[in-house]
Design a protein around this ligand. Structure first.
Ligand code: PGA
Length: 246
């Protein structure tokens, strides 16, 4: 399994930001891990065109469960694919919080993504209160059970474990805590999708940066990272790509 460095630009970036992606590819023309950037939807087609013929892949940050129709402001998985995307992030905690997304909706979106030929990156993670209450594994187990799409395989599904309290805060779980969750996810996924669980990428996300990437990537069952803030600058994301390629 090739590991995956996935960057999530969130609601950041204009056409000028495509220069960062250009610099990233120039510095890492042949990484031994997979390299993905998920810019705002407005940049997907332009970034896909720019990245053509390079190892950089492009993804969306959300999609609607339907392929088309009267859904003002929404974007379908089919449209993301048409714009050049290969992946789509689904159920990010900011979507779950800002837009009230449930596990059932995330699952429906992931099924639409797979039907459109995209790789679904399904995000799960506990809040700080849930961790403090000792409910981390129960919470993420429920989210995993409810969000994993029908028809999921190692080739069309990626799971991202992102503790809500670690996103954008500079705080991370201990390496032992990450190890505990990732081992749990691998086993739980086996019950959901069978032997393909062994080859399904399990990403860690939440305040991954160049200074902690090497340690996090050495944790068993961590097959890459979903990176927010540190994916905006080519130098920072490039250092994370390098750590994952080592
Ligand atoms: P962060 O965000 O790296 O800025 O903490 C991670 C994410 O939300 O995917």
């Amino acid at each position: 399994m090739k590991k995956l460095a996935a960057g999530n630009w969130k609601m950041n970036g204009s056409m000028a930001a495509l220069a960062e992606a250009q610099a990233l590819v120039a510095a890492h023309p042949a990484p031994s891990c997979e390299m993905l950037l998920c810019p705002p939807a407005t940049l997907i087609a332009a970034l896909s065109a720019q990245a053509k013929g390079t190892p950089l892949m492009v993804g969306g940050q959300d999609c609607h469960p339907k392929a088309s129709g009267a859904h003002t402001g929404d974007i379908s998985a089919v449209m993301l694919k048409d714009a050049g995307a290969t992946h789509v992030i689904l159920g990010h905690s900011e979507r779950r919080t800002d837009h009230g997304e449930t596990d059932a909706l995330v699952k429906a979106k992931a099924e639409a993504a797979i039907a459109a030929g995209l790789i679904a990156i399904v995000c799960i993670g506990e809040t700080e209160a849930e961790r403090d209450a000792g409910r981390t594994l129960a919470v993420i187990g429920t989210q995993l059970d409810g969000s994993v799409p029908a028809g999921a395989t190692a080739a069309n599904l990626v799971i991202a474990y992102e503790p809500v309290w670690a996103i954008g805060t500079g705080r991370t779980p201990t390496l032992a805590e990450i190890a505990e969750v990732h081992a749990f996810l691998r086993a739980r996924l086996q019950g959901l999708i069978g032997p393909d669980a062994a080859g399904t990428r399990l990403l860690y996300g939440g305040s991954v940066k160049p200074s902690n990437a090497t340690d996090i990537f050495a944790v068993p069952h961590v097959d890459g990272a979903l990176v927010g803030g540190a994916s905006l600058k080519a130098a920072d994301f490039g250092a994370i790509v390098a750590a994952l390629s080592a």
